[in-house]
Ligand binder design. Structure first.
Ligand code: V47
Ligand code: SF4
Length: 399
């Protein structure tokens, strides 16, 4: 693969159509691009051009710094009252014997299995079921907090919160205050899918709406807390739906500043109700990362979630705007392996992650959930270091 050209080369390219020159000029000047610009990039933006713009922004914000963390997931259940058509992971209540429903003790055993290991975050997300209610999660978060006070709890999405707060008859604010008191630290980005009702009604008709998702994040941010945002792309949505989705996120971020990271999630088509839809190509994945980086000027970070996209594309994405590749995971999530990702048992050691990043000439930094740097691995040499070959080293633009 060719590395993207520099923004300077793009700006002096006389053969480029005028609207693309204008957009490149906005990026060079640090100006925001419009929704129409973004749509044009989706419709006609060529990969090398998009990479040059996105890489410029990425390096202006982060240089070659590339983040990862040490985390594990707990998925309390895959039985779910909702029926999202893209979901390969969940089982309906009537098929619950095919799924799992962990008890509090089961899940505390999972937390205790990491005692003495240097993980900094537990990511908790799963299906929606009545027994996993506000009282359950207060007790669970409280037990984690007591057992391991410094472990960051990144837990649940607006899909779960909408359901459990309604059932407990508490406002979003009151529900969150109780969970923060118990130990909840931050909110992951899931459940966003595509906000536009035209698509949401076809792929996720019975869970919280796009507006409710955004309202719940707004309240969370107003309490001084941080969260992530996702988009599920590459199924039946149009480019205009992607722009609409990101425009609502950009607007909320202008208002609250509470989002840390945007995470595009590629639709995987195995074993779900949308298996007839083909998956998009790697080129489309890279274009999508680049366009997100160019459009979402008020998001600090862009993440390629390697269990979903695979480690090779995650590496390539680091030249298309991405600065974060999530964490070690340790084979604790089933969401993507059940949907057909090439990563069937997602687990990477710290050494693996560091080498993936170094081999594309980026600087690996272990971070905590809030992007405080824990260890800079630039000069670290592991005892049995493997040297990857065959990758083109990218020049690092000085900002
Ligand atoms: O909301 C489910 C997606 C999400 C499929 O915040 C699918 O750091 C593709 O949000 N094909 C949950 N995607 C995972 C998630 C997440 C992951 C990693 C990090 C963070 C973070 C958040 O997974 C769901 C849905 O959009 N999903 N099924 C599928 N077949
Ligand atoms: Fe349930 Fe989440 Fe799957 Fe939808 S995506 S069916 S809410 S587990």
């Amino acid at each position: 693969m060719q590395p993207p050209s520099s923004l300077q080369a793009i700006l002096s390219d006389r053969s480029l159509d005028a609207p693309f020159v204008t957009i490149a000029g906005k990026v060079a000047a640090g100006e925001r691009i419009s929704d129409n610009d973004c749509l044009l990039l989706y419709e006609k933006g060529e990969l090398g051009y998009l990479g040059a713009l996105a890489n410029h922004i990425r390096e202006k914000k982060h240089g070659s710094r590339t983040y990862f963390n040490r985390n594990f997931h707990i998925e309390p259940t895959n039985v779910c009252i909702y029926t999202c058509n893209f979901c390969s992971y969940s089982r309906l209540i009537k098929q619950r014997e095919e799924g799992w429903e962990y008890s509090m003790d089961d899940m505390m055993d999972m937390v205790k299995a990491y005692d003495g290991q240097p993980v900094t975050e537990v990511h908790i997300v799963g299906g929606v079921m009545p027994q996993y209610n506000l009282a359950f999660y207060k007790e669970f978060f409280g037990k984690i907090r007591t057992h391991r006070p410094e472990l960051h709890i990144k837990g649940l999405t607006p899909v779960e919160y909408y359901y459990i707060f309604k059932k407990a008859k508490v406002s979003y604010e009151e529900g969150f205050k109780q969970l923060i008191e118990a130990g909840l630290d931050s909110m992951p980005g899931g459940g966003a899918e595509i906000f536009h009702p035209e698509i949401r009604e076809q792929i996720a008709s019975d869970k919280c709406t796009g507006e409710q998702w955004l309202d719940i994040h707004r309240v969370w941010h107003q309490l001084g807390k941080r969260s992530n945002a996702t988009i599920l792309y590459g199924h039946m949505e149009t480019f205009a739906h992607r722009v609409h989705h990101m425009s609502l996120l950009r607007e909320l971020q202008d208002e609250t500043g509470g989002f840390q990271t945007f995470i595009p999630l590629k639709f995987r088509n195995q074993e779900n109700q949308m298996s007839h839809l083909p998956e998009v190509t790697t080129v489309e994945d890279l274009r999508n990362y680049a366009i997100s980086r160019i459009y979402l000027d008020n998001f600090d970070h862009l993440k390629a979630y390697w269990p979903m996209i695979g480690r090779t594309v995650a590496q390539m994405s680091l030249a298309f705007g991405v600065d974060d590749i999530d964490g070690t995971i340790d084979d604790t999530t089933k969401i993507y392996s059940m949907a057909g990702s090439e990563e069937q048992n997602p687990a990477l050691s710290t050494q693996d992650l560091v080498q993936l990043i170094k081999s594309v000439n980026r600087t690996p930094l272990e971070r905590d959930t809030l992007y405080q740097v824990i260890t800079d691995y630039s000069d670290h040499v592991f005892a049995d270091e493997v040297v990857y070959r065959g990758y083109t080293a990218l020049p690092v633009v000085q900002s």
